[in-house]
Design a protein around this ligand. Sequence first.
Ligand SMILES: [Zn+2]
Length: 1395
Amino acid sequence: MILRRLTIILLLTTLADSATNLDTNISQDGTVLLSSNIQPVHYDVHLKTYLPGFAWEADTRNLTFEGEVVITADVIEATDRIILHVDSLNVFDADVKTNDPNINITKWEVTPQWQSLTLHLSQVMEPQEGIAFLLKFRGKLRDDGDFSGFYLTRSYKSNGDEVLNAVTQFDPNTTRSLIPCFDEPGFKTTWQLALEYPVGSVGLTNGIEMKTVEINGEWATTQYHITEKMSPDQLAVFVGNVQYKEAFVNQGVRIRIFADPENLEKVDFALNVSYTTIKGFEEKFGINYQMQNLDFLAVRDFKVGATKTRGLIVHRSSPPKVKKMHSIMTPLMPKYPDLNDSPLEKFLESLTTRTLNSKIARFAFLWTRQAGLPTVIVSKTGSDKIEIKQEIVTKSCLHPDGCFPRWDIPIWYHDADSSNTKLTWLLYNLKSIQLNSSIPLIINADSNGLYKVLYTDELYEEIGEQLKKFSKIYSPSTKYRLLTDASEQVWKRNKNASSFLPMIEALIDDDNEHVRRAAKKLLAFASRIATIQLEPENPVVQGYEDLLVKYFSSTPSFANFSGSATFLDVFGSEFDTQEILISILIDKNFDQMLERLVYWQKTETDPKILEIIGKLLDDLKPSNNLIFKIGPAEKQEEWRLPTKVFPIDYNLELTTYLPGYGYKEDEKTLKFHGAVDIKAHVVEATDRIVLNADSLEIQDILIDTVVDPIYSLISFISIFKKNVTITRWQLSSKLQFLTIYLSKTIEPKSTINFTILYEGKIREDLKGYYLTRTSDNSKTLNAVTQFESTAARFMVPCFDEPEFKATWKVKLIHPDGTVALSNGIEMESGPTGDTGFTYTEFARTVKMSSYLLAVFVGDVQYKETVTDRGVRIRVYADPQKIDMVDYALNVSRVTVEGFEKQFGIEYPMEKIDFVAVEDFAFGAMENWGLIIHASSYILGKSKNVLSTVIHELAHQWFGNLVTMKFWDNLWLNEGFASYMTPYGYTFIDPEADRDFSQTSDQEYGLNGESEPSTSITKYVRKDDGDITNTGLIYSKGSSFIRMIEHIMGADNFNKAIRYYLNNHQYQNVVAYDLYEAFERFMPNGTVGPNGKPFNLVEFAKCWTHQSGYPTIQVQSIDNSSIQLTQHRRLYKNVTTFKEEDVCGHKWDVPIWYQVPGSDTVDLAWLGRNDENLVLNVTGPVVINANSNGYYRVLYSNQFYELLSTEFQERGKTQFLSDSSKIRLLNDIMNFIGEIDAKSILPIVETLANDDNLKIRQRAEKTLRKLKNQTGHSFDTDMTKPLFEKCSLNESFDECSSKIETVIMDEFCRKVRSDPSQENVTRYLLNWLNVEERLEYQSYFLKALSCADSGTLDRLLLAEYRELRKRVNFYMGMERNKVKMPAKQSREFLMFEHDV
Ligand SMILES: [Zn+2]
């Protein structure tokens, strides 16, 4: 801020000095303020946009635009120059026309720092003269994530392909970046635009289009109607791929809603609303809407909710979502939520003016901007009085800027005992309205309004009785809507089933067929609720039963479900009732129904049927499943937080009394003090707030405000705050709950602000907020956090489960001389009033789970880099180790750029810090923006550093952006982070073999399961609240994901992943959400077991909910066929399986196989219910080709012999991928003792000569094991000839080519036992010095750790000084390993393994 102001002063000084008669001022932001001697009147603009992806072939002009503008202006005061605004444009031609032909432009100049363009005229223009001047210019479409000016916005086709569109968003003073103009709001002019755009795209601007000309089939030019007078920032331009639907209001106002083609179906709702209600407004106010057209445009990347540009209203849409509610403009969560400055609220404020147009705009805005429909709640307030209010639905959208769920609602109702319809308004800012009536009123008469109505039980009964008597006076639409709304309410709300009976009785025999069906539907739903709510003998239940028998005597039986029965066979063609019947059936057999529906979805072709099936499947999802909602409540563990209150934002101030720095130590030393303000939403009525806290001393809790639901989103209206106090609070150490009891019950949808003051002790057990040594063990200490899974509650009272995402604003107060870090970028820092303390404030985070919060205070330094997009990356380490961070720094920059590209989602915060700490329970922790590493996992250059850094960065998307709902699905985080790590290798080294790296993970998992383990969806809660999962969530999770990749193909898989991340960002997911994304991109015709359509949910069940894996046994039947069977093998020393068994220890196994010599890998299925799989192949075949599958293969001896012959004949030829070879070796290794050694020997020996070091190594190990077990003699001590044959100045590769095999373990033995230690040690140091490949370096280092330390030190000092730091660090790390906790389930374990 200070810097900026200085610049302005300097500029002003320069101006004054130059003493020209420049009629210019400099505005606050340093740009030119125009003089008033020229007044623009009109702009004629021709603008051509070179947008790729359409008819023209992109060339050097791609992603640019060029234009001509003719500006007509009046001269107000005499002048010899014209100054106007321009920014980032190349003005390449200028011309002027006046009445005096002698006047021309002598020169023009652009002054970038003032954003000005000065045209010098050959002579002075006098007042009253008219002038027109022409400018030609070029510019670039912006793509810097700022969503400002004329910029690129992206939409996605259903196949995931990206489509580029260009749209404007003119913040004040940015129109000048599109067109040179007088860019101040005071200069209002008319505008006439012609847009030239690629054929295939659509051009839109403020005026209605007049005519379009097409040239060469490549470019089209549309001329638009002249606008009314407006300021430059009201200009809007769009070019891109959209379609529209339109409607005309009586008087001819055209309304169009544009959206990308994929979302076009969703615009009907907005269109209807705009239409119905502009009409309504015209009638109500008796004035017609003034403009010819009103276009709404839904754009995905848009920084505010909507603009009010005239005639063309641009909205932010969402990525396509599976939403049942039809609305186009589901808001996308903003990336930088700023709670204090909601653009939405500001916009609403600006709309609340008194003109008709703005009322319509407000109305249209409210209806089109938000997802969902309003629900109108009707209740009785007296014998002939009802109250009508709107329900504010916030549960699915907790962010205050994310949604604004209120509407201006036209309330249509029938007048008492006549069929006249009346209209009144429930405006968005009214709490409620009252209506008087002697009869029960039915709201939303004739179904005019697009909203739901919910009555009280009492009113439903009264309406039912009214309908029994006077059914005829209500229109069929009225009755239909009443019943349909009721059907939904009866499901979703806890309504009393008996209250619907009169209504059903009154209408089930109605004259109108649609009404009859709606009544039947309500009957089906209400009767189910009745059986749940009431005793079987209850007369209401009986009443429903009677009606059911009468109206549903033809309920289909389950027998019809099987075999080839089609949807129509089972349910007939009455589409309305099918839904009802199915919902009754779902109740009785969920699994069977689900399976059948999935089958039909794949096989049916009738779009109508597919729509019904789609809707039903949507309902069956766990999250929406009615059965789950209505059936007996899921047993909730007592230590889980209630879901009545959800946090929105935390404001944390934390003071850390860390000794060893500037302040004077006292009794507060080694403690921390906290004050946290929490803003939360009340979702269900409650008289208490329950959150997590443990080992903290709560000093005080204050309620700041409780705001009524209707006003809850307008935080500044504090007069509506309620008088609520805290009666007491209680800490439960068993449940780790802090329960705050309130003086009264808070209504749902209220907002509550409260503050907790507390104190805690910095821990020493590597959990929560704890002490860590600095690396030289000096007196100074650092404090750092490790919260996953449940230790945030040790530092700050919070809603400490992943589902409770919120933003965090953190301020740290820390001893002078320490560095303080948190998730957000540092904003402000300075001394506090307290001597010896500094404060540092950090930017508010994005919405995230509490386990990702992080804090560090201590003595560190950093090195820094910046990604190409400007994300700042720093690695912090102890000052004496700061030179060892370079490798991690480089890896992280490349990886962030790589992942951004791969996922199509930018890293959403300004910075990523890594911190190396000495005492850390895991390898690293992915806290959003502040990643903490054990120092050996980030310092220096090693495979561990590489893989850990990439893994943690992958979590920034998988885990941080999209988070599991609870810890049972932690495998989604870890499986994906592990799966993505080898992609990271390819960013660093494009040659890296991703598949081969992934087989290493796979083998680790398979080995891990040779002992009893649990499924990857199980978790255990420890006494201190920590939740642990099996370590297999990494390797098995990753291997499972990889199988899906190979089933659906890499392209489809990547599209699904992008969709999944986009669709669930800032939200929580269950595994089903992932499957839904995969299903969406699963190629048509993907087949699963038994030739049936592939069912991913079924496939996943056995792999994720069962422990263990199948072993596939292979044997020949005859010359042209082989037989495969699956078995689960028992663990070592275990005789029976004890753990869960959801699929009878069987799996649906995708069998990938390849005939040696062939390039293709084929896929067949061995289903979990199949006895065997017969493959018709001649000759040997390799099962589990490319090691795609998470299983082992055991061939018969005879078959191994066949393979051996094949291997011997082919020798080293590359007939199998490296992944296939390593799989074969790993499996052989695992089955040694069961296989006849002779039958496998040729295979192993051939592979011991492979080009790939890891394969050679593995083959050597296998040979050694064979030797041990069979007494067979093989010379495996291959290092001896190596050292004899090589000379000291040869590289490792040169040496190793002279011998047959190399095993690194042998090096170690050799180094230890060799009498001339020095020579061997020197070989290794020589190689280390020149070796580029990381894994080779690791081997040499490992071997060096076996060397005599005296010899090694001497050589390092005398001849290899440049290697000293690296070698010593590695040795230190080796020693440190012992100090690490022996067994951990998190990031620690996974990096310790290798093939
Ligand atoms: Zn991880």
